[in-house]
Design a protein around this ligand. Structure first.
Ligand SMILES: Cc1ncc(COP(=O)(O)O)c(C=O)c1O
Length: 443
């Protein structure tokens, strides 16, 4: 605990916490003060297992000394380099490494600081690309219900989480949403990609017929919807989206902010599905969560189309003060080294089956309505309380942390387990046992 901070509401009022029930938090705070491997240490000295890799970002486990050392070295050597019109070597080196890891053909990368920025960047690139090719009327975007693409106006607009959109006006015009691919009746307790639902991709054809392909810039989807509760894509669904978008000259943007860097056993989920979208947004795992950092990978064609105009002028009027920040690039390089040297993506792939089996054992609880494991992530729906949606979920979050030494992300009435790729089988069963303990204690 910081020396002058007491865990009391009066001391906790100034900080307005993101996506948090602030008033309830202040009454009973959940504070962590350090972390190592799979565990947080709390302000009252307990070891709490991290079942969700922080927020799906600490893929190589906490407290990685190699990353800390790289950040420290960068901070002393080059604390900041101007991002516009000047560069520093490591940003270029990192871009080369990331494009080598990405699906073949995604040869260029634009850096930003968060998943939200990476998605908004992707959408701006799509618009600028079409305009540059004389198709400036392609301004419409298609997202998906229950999609989460961050909190910028672009990502919010293609996103489909009602609570996130409700208070913020009309958002971007010209957006449609595909139907969510999840239907409990057809796919409850499926492991991996469900058999049912491929045909939902055909709705894209209907939207194309409605608006005309020549008015549509891009389709934006997460390969596996993450934040909304871990919804794996039906078998063949993403392939069908790729086929339709390609046929109509519509760009396909994959938001891989959660799914990249090993979460599904591959560098990118695109690889799992053997697909190459036109653009990929990534963030989170790229620095193991140690420094805010993100990026947008684009195909050679898109990049080439935008490399025009007078030599002295920027080709793309977009960027962030901290694009390619030296501390972030240092953290990312060290993180990629760890993923490679410890073969963590392969490890995730090896663990996938046992992880699914361990998670499915929670089926024994009548309160559990569905379990959806894929890669090293899993959504577990619990029955909402009669007191309203999200009430029981919040109780679960609290009980897990305070009484069962378990940190787990809970959204509404869905618990999301997404452990670091370093997790041992014992740690996976420990997470399950603690989760079961918390579930049993629910009112
Ligand atoms: C798929 C996806 N896209 C975008 C974001 C937004 O990322 P950030 O919170 O870094 O802006 C998230 C965050 O969870 C995400 O899961």
């Amino acid at each position: 605990m910081a020396e002058h901070l007491k865990n009391e509401p009066s001391d906790l009022a100034a900080y307005w916490m993101p996506f948090t029930a602030n008033r309830a938090f202040q009454r009973r705070p959940r504070m962590v003060v350090s972390a190592k491997g799979m565990h947080y240490t709390t302000s009252d000295g307990r070891q709490v297992i991290d079942a969700t890799s922080g927020l799906y970002c600490v893929n190589a486990g906490h407290g990685r000394e190699e990353i800390a050392a790289a950040i420290k070295e960068a901070a002393y050597r080059l604390d900041y380099a101007p991002a516009f019109q000047f560069g520093h070597p490591q940003a270029f080196e990192l871009a080369n490494r990331l494009t080598a890891l990405a699906p073949a053909g995604l040869d260029h990368v634009f850096f930003s600081n968060s998943g939200s920025e990476a998605v908004d960047t992707a959408m701006k690139i799509a618009l600028a690309y079409h305009r540059q090719r004389g198709e400036g009327q392609r301004t419409r975007f298609i997202g998906r219900e229950r999609g989460y693409h961050g909190v910028g106006f672009g990502g919010l607009s293609v996103g489909g989480v009602p609570a996130n959109r409700r208070d913020f006006g009309t958002l971007l015009p010209g957006i449609d949403h595909l139907r969510c691919t999840y239907d409990r009746e057809h796919q409850s307790f499926s492991i991996g990609e469900p058999e049912w639902g491929r045909e939902l991709a055909d709705e894209l054809e209907q939207l194309v017929a409605l608006h005309g392909a020549s008015n549509i810039a891009a389709v934006v989807v997460e390969p596996i919807a993450g934040s909304t509760g871990c919804l794996p894509p039906p078998k063949g669904y993403l392939e069908r989206l790729r086929e339709i978008t390609k046929r109509h000259g519509i760009l396909l943007i994959f938001d891989e902010v959660i799914t990249a860097f090993g979460r599904t056993g591959y560098g990118f989920a695109s690889e799992r599905y053997g697909l190459t979208p036109d653009i990929i947004a990534f963030a989170k795992g790229v620095t193991n969560g140690a420094v805010p950092f993100a990026g947008t990978l684009v195909s050679g064609d898109i990049h080439a189309a935008l490399m025009t105009g007078p030599e002295h002028a920027p080709e793309f009027f977009h960027g962030y003060t901290y694009s390619g920040h030296p501390l972030a690039t240092a953290a990312a390089m060290a993180t990629l080294d760890i993923y490679r040297d410890e073969a963590l993506f392969e490890r995730a792939s090896t663990l996938e089956e046992v992880f699914a089996d361990v998670m499915m054992e929670m089926q024994s609880m009548p309160i559990v309505l569905d379990i959806r494991p894929i890669g090293l992530m899993c959504g577990i729906d619990i029955e909402p309380s009669a007191r309203g949606p999200g009430v029981r979920g919040y109780e679960l979050l609290q009980r897990a942390f305070h009484d069962h030494d378990l940190y787990v992300r809970v959204i509404n009435d869905t618990m999301i387990v997404a452990p670091s790729l370093i997790a041992t089988i014992d740690e996976l069963t420990d997470i399950r046992d603690r989760a079961l303990g918390a579930l049993k204690s629910l009112s």
